[in-house]
Design a protein around this ligand. Structure first.
Ligand SMILES: C[S@@+](CC[C@H](N)C(=O)[O-])C[C@H]1O[C@@H](n2cnc3c(N)ncnc32)[C@H](O)[C@@H]1O
Length: 255
């Protein structure tokens, strides 16, 4: 049986209802899949879903997807349109704190102000036998190699310090929390990045560096160094193609 299914069954065992919290859920593409899976696995359990997301635009997309999904109509949603930092302050100011059975933070811990405090807070919201699931770029990924090699050029106001799975594990260890880590292996064909006339290549380079225009954003020397690194150290080469390593780490933290 897959670990994900085992984790899901642990979360729902002996429950009279299931409370889920998504932090930084974006447009909710993954939330919708997970909640549908929970709804079909625990068809008789009432499910609630709270969502903390800083972007109004993203939440509008999420709400539109919920409307279209028959399987989610029985789930009661509460939308917290605010950054995680604000939600933490709001909850800390309340006397009676609501707990959750499953909290997930997928590809969002890059953006929080204080990593360890954020994990500590959301862990404190877990019910008995609950799970906190964190998904983040793996430290062995091309992302990590690229961003840790060029921190001065790539980090910005949005991502002031680059984080990957080893940073999360260091925080969890410092908090003395129990966890298990699984890897989600993935690659992306970035061969077109090396053709300066390719529009797809330019879009890929923008995506990898978080810059709207790769060619205007860096000096010729830095551009050459980034391209060289992408080709030689961020993945694999096979039959003339360059594959970027996009491995993710999925970390399940116990209550
Ligand atoms: C890379 S997206 C991931 C979205 C979704 N979890 C997924 O994996 O498809 C990061 C999301 O985190 C949100 N975000 C960024 N900083 C945040 C913060 N401080 N508090 C809450 N959400 C935040 C962004 O608005 C964005 O929707």
């Amino acid at each position: 049986m897959k670990t994900e299914a085992v984790n899901l069954i642990c979360i729902g065992a002996d429950k009279s209802n299931l409370a889920v919290l998504g932090v930084g859920s974006g447009g909710g593409e993954l939330d919708v899949q997970m909640l549908s899976l929970m709804q079909s696995t625990f068809s008789t359990l009432p499910i609630t879903a709270d969502v903390v997301e800083g972007s109004t635009e993203m939440l509008a997309k999420f709400k539109a997807s919920v409307m279209k999904c028959d399987n989610l109509q029985k789930i009661s949603f509460t939308w917290h349109i605010m950054p995680s930092e604000e939600y933490i302050q709001k909850i800390k100011g309340k006397g009676n704190v609501r707990k959750f059975d499953f909290i997930h933070m997928i590809q969002m811990l890059y953006y929080v102000d204080d990593l360890t405090e954020t994990i500590k807070f959301y862990h404190s919201l877990l019910n008995k036998n609950g799970r906190l699931m964190i998904i983040i770029e793996s430290t062995d990924s091309g992302w990590s190699t690229l961003w840790t090699t060029f921190p001065n050029e790539l980090c910005s106001e949005v991502v002031p310090v680059y984080r990957s799975s080893s940073d999360i594990l260091a925080s969890l260890k410092s908090l003395g929390l129990k966890y298990e880590e699984r890897f989600i292996h993935n690659t992306c064909d970035i061969t077109e990045c090396f053709d300066p006339n390719s529009k797809t290549g330019q879009r890929l380079l923008s995506f990898l560096t978080f810059r709207e225009h790769f060619y205007q954003s860096f000096t010729p020397q830095i551009r050459a160094e980034i391209l060289n690194l992408l080709r030689s150290r961020c993945g694999t080469q096979k039959e003339g193609k360059v594959y970027f390593n996009c491995n993710l780490s999925c970390i399940f933290v116990q209550a």
